[in-house]
Design a protein around this ligand. Structure first.
Ligand code: HEM
Length: 311
């Protein structure tokens, strides 16, 4: 497993905080969120992929957070941006396993170092107060994978509902089945209601919090449901590169069904307290060699420290 220098991780969080501006007590990215409760039930096939405790089919309580990846807690819901779904499966003895996922496949960069460069290219130049005009285009010229990610985002800029977009956990993880078979896979959540997107123009006509209002209305009619699928790697598929998307014909194994049942009445306090972390795993699921995973865990803990000190 390759590791990222602690200075790079610290700079990542500092740069995110600088880009977000001062919002004490909020996350520097994914600042605007909505905490929900729900129940997950594993599917019959799940154990053919992983022996993890939460997959055989019993109801597992979950804490869920939908979010907008912007660092502005007051961002208008119509702004084009990657939305996210973070799910915490509550396991026995106070343990948990997390899946963090984005509505767009892949990520703006394939390594933490390149991601830092991407963020730094957007920082204001102290002389002008604005980002250097060519900094981002220079970065994009050198990083075709970033351009490809931004093009995918432009196809699905704003979901019509948090419950009407798929979410991808991006990285590969290593799964061990009940019979000991080991294989790599990538999670994706598929909305039972189907996908629906808005153009930024039409979304900007809606209210600033329309995604929250829409979800509240939808939940009055019943649970919002996602299927959890695992895309299983084929021979030779990269398992340490978040932007090496696997061919569409790779098998998808049904792992289970998440029912989002309600919005937390104590959402604001939950948001401060909650930390979702892709390295929160359980027996039957392990990290791949993707360098992002450990870097993210370190970054989330620095971010939580700032938040809990009200910084
Ligand atoms: C080195 C790369 C990355 C860095 C430095 C980073 C940093 C952060 C930080 C600081 C937070 C706020 C955490 C908190 O305060 O609780 C966050 C949240 C989040 N990140 Fe990342 N991130 C990175 C890559 C990714 C990737 C590849 C994904 C893809 C799934 C992702 C998905 C999320 C999600 C879903 C949240 C919101 C979690 C929540 O609802 O609390 N991040 N990220």
């Amino acid at each position: 497993m390759s590791t990222t220098a602690p200075t790079v991780v610290a700079q990542l969080v500092e740069t995110m905080r600088a880009l977000a501006g001062p919002h004490p007590g909020f996350r520097p990215v994914h600042a605007k969120g909505l905490v929900c409760a729900g129940t997950f039930r594993g599917a019959a096939q799940a154990r053919s992929v992983s022996r993890a405790w939460h997959l055989p089919g019993q109801p597992v309580p979950t804490v869920i957070r939908f979010s907008n990846s912007s660092g502005n807690p007051d961002v208008h819901d119509g702004v084009a941006n990657a939305r996210a779904l973070a799910v915490k499966f509550q396991l026995p003895e106070g343990k948990h396993a997390d899946i963090l996922a984005l509505a767009i496949e892949g990520f703006p960069a394939r390594t933490p170092e390149a991601f830092l460069e991407f963020l730094q290219a957007q920082l204001p130049d102290p002389a002008t107060g604005k980002p250097a005009p060519e900094a981002l285009s220079r970065f994009l010229d050198a990083h075709a994978d970033t351009r490809a990610f931004l093009e995918r985002l432009a196809q699905k800029p704003v979901p019509a509902s948090y419950g009407q977009t798929s979410y991808y956990a991006e990285h590969a993880f290593l799964f061990t089945a009940a019979d000991g078979t080991r294989r790599f896979g990538r999670y994706r959540w598929i909305p039972e209601a189907g996908e629906a997107f808005l153009s930024p123009d039409s979304a900007s006509q809606r209210s600033a919090n329309f995604l929250r209002e829409e979800l509240e209305n939808r939940l009055h009619k019943g649970p919002v449901v996602f299927r959890l699928l695992l895309q299983v790697a084929g021979e030779g598929d990269a398992t340490d590169d978040v932007n090496a998307l696997w061919p569409a014909d790779r098998p998808l194994v049904e792992l289970g069904r998440l029912e989002v049942t309600g919005i937390s009445p104590t959402g604001a306090a939950d948001e401060r307290r909650l930390v979702f972390d892709p390295t929160n795993l359980t027996d039957g699921i392990e990290l791949s060699g993707d360098p992002f995973l450990l870097a993210r865990s370190a970054a989330y803990s620095i971010s939580y420290d700032h938040r809990s000190k009200g910084e």
